[in-house]
Design a binder for this molecule. Structure first.
Ligand SMILES: [Zn+2]
Length: 472
């Protein structure tokens, strides 16, 4: 009988719903608490009772603020979880705007579906409300990075820089059995940032190198079968957007409201001010855009040289006269009446809900317009369908013809690609006893497992949803 087990409750065989349950002889810990997104059969898992006894949970530890790692928290509280939620300072600040925003958008969408009778459920209910999201924030406890913390009996946690988004970190567990001696050391990467520097990157280059021996590694595999292009994003972006704006078109960019949006804003501003593309109005359509920008500007220490330089040169986006932050639903709707040239940046980044759905429904049918994808589009999301050429698409039960031009840029990725993951693994002092691959579509995870075994000869397995493994 082994006293240590690990169970994969999400992001196993998919990229969303990250939740891993670590059970020790003295307590149970949930690493990440993400919400499932994308295909209906995945989203329906959100509504099922969680496959764990929340009363036995000692603590929740978050690797970063993205909703696919944090968006289930209000439901966990709803199911009776009252304990602490540990996260880095940056993550804690981002959660403070992200979770209430997610709740508000779910309420807006349920309200819209009920009003337009676009629901199979009577009435459509939000997954959680803004008030429920605010309530769970009371349980968040910020932890300093790099400082060992006694999480519970026999469990020490250290958060270490992952360079994926602001505040992102690895969760490094050092476990000690009740009778003393050494227990297993297990490291969860959460999402792993880029290793090579890219011009579209916001954060300081590279996740921390792990110089201590680790027994088990829970590793993400989003881009396990791909290599990111290595070309400068600026000229590419200008070449794609300039003709559309020049002809009076509207550019819609689905983007996650934190970080991706900020980097994008500075980059577009730079291209406009240097004459690479026309200077046009930009709407950032998100209730939390302003708060998100303030948090972003507060954490300059996590940025790379280029991001710092752009911020220094152009100042805070709130002061730019051609940029508008649409906070209320009425402001958002007012954009519908505006003709191009115009840029609309709106979430969600995978067009899996949020206000961008309305902009896409309105702008996709016009061939003058352009939709630009700047992030990963999970299978089953509207973003994925549009990006892979589906036409027409269904938005709010209406068939919408896709006549607008479609472009996608992979350079913005905040995830290490396969080669970068291998390079990062080479920094380990010795092979882990086993690597568990999570957070990847089946093909990417399988390709990465194959590569690790072929190039490093380290034992690697692809985690399956709800599978429980024993840690010796
Ligand atoms: Zn992430």
């Amino acid at each position: 009988m082994s006293a240590y087990t690990l169970q994969f409750l999400g992001a196993a065989g998919s990229v969303t719903g990250s939740k891993h349950l670590l059970t020790t002889p003295q307590g149970a810990y949930l690493i990440d608490c993400g919400m499932f997104q994308g295909e209906r059969q995945l989203r329906e898992r959100n509504w099922q009772p969680p496959p764990l006894d929340v009363k036995t949970l000692q603590a929740v530890v978050l690797t970063h603020a993205h909703l696919d790692h944090s968006g289930y928290l209000p439901r966990l509280e709803h199911e009776g979880y009252q304990g602490p939620i540990y996260a880095s300072q940056g993550t804690a600040e981002l959660l403070g705007v992200l979770l209430p925003d997610a709740g508000r958008l779910q309420e807006e969408e349920a309200h819209y579906r009920n009003r337009k009778q676009l629901t199979r459920h009577q009435p459509a209910l939000p997954f959680y409300t803004e008030a429920e999201a605010r309530a769970v924030l009371q349980q968040v406890r910020p932890l300093a990075m790099e400082t060992p913390f006694a999480l519970g009996p026999g469990a020490e946690l250290r958060l270490r820089r992952a360079a994926h988004i602001l505040g992102s970190c690895f969760a490094d567990f050092k476990l000690t059995p009740p009778d003393g001696g050494a227990g297993p050391r297990i490291l969860f990467t959460g999402d792993l940032g880029r290793i090579r520097q890219s011009s579209a990157q916001t954060m300081v280059a590279g996740p921390e190198t792990v110089s201590e021996a680790v027994d088990y590694l829970v590793l993400e595999s989003t881009y396990g079968d791909r290599q990111h292009p290595d070309v400068d994003i600026g000229p590419d972006l200008a070449r794609t957007l300039a003709p559309v704006l020049g002809a009076g078109g509207v550019v819609v960019i689905p983007a996650f409201a934190i970080e991706r949006t900020q980097k994008l804003l500075f980059l577009l501003k730079h291209l406009m001010e240097t004459g690479a593309m026309p200077r046009v109005p930009m709407h950032v359509d998100s209730p939390m855009a302003i708060e998100a920008i303030e948090i972003f500007l507060r954490h300059g220490d996590e940025f790379n040289e280029e991001t710092r330089e752009l911020i220094g040169r152009y100042g805070p986006p709130q002061s730019w006269d051609h940029v508008f932050f649409d906070k209320t639903a009425a402001q958002s709707q007012a954009v519908n009446g505006q003709a191009g040239p115009l840029i609309i940046i709106s979430s969600s980044g995978m067009a899996a809900g949020g206000r961008v759905m309305h902009h896409l429904a309105l702008r996709l049918p016009d061939p003058k317009n352009l939709v630009v994808f700047v992030g990963y589009q999970a299978p089953g999301t509207l973003g994925n369908l549009i990006k892979s050429g589906h036409n027409p698409v269904t938005i709010f039960k209406q068939s919408v013809p896709v006549r607008a031009k479609i472009a996608a840029f992979e350079q913005f990725s905040d995830h290490a690609d396969a080669g970068e993951i291998i390079a990062w693994l080479r920094g380990f002092p010795r092979p882990p006893r086993r690597i568990f691959l999570v957070h990847g579509e089946p093909e990417s995870a399988a390709a990465l497992a194959h590569r690790i075994e072929a190039e490093l000869h380290w034992p690697t397995q692809v985690a399956k949803w709800l599978e429980e493994v024993t840690l010796g």
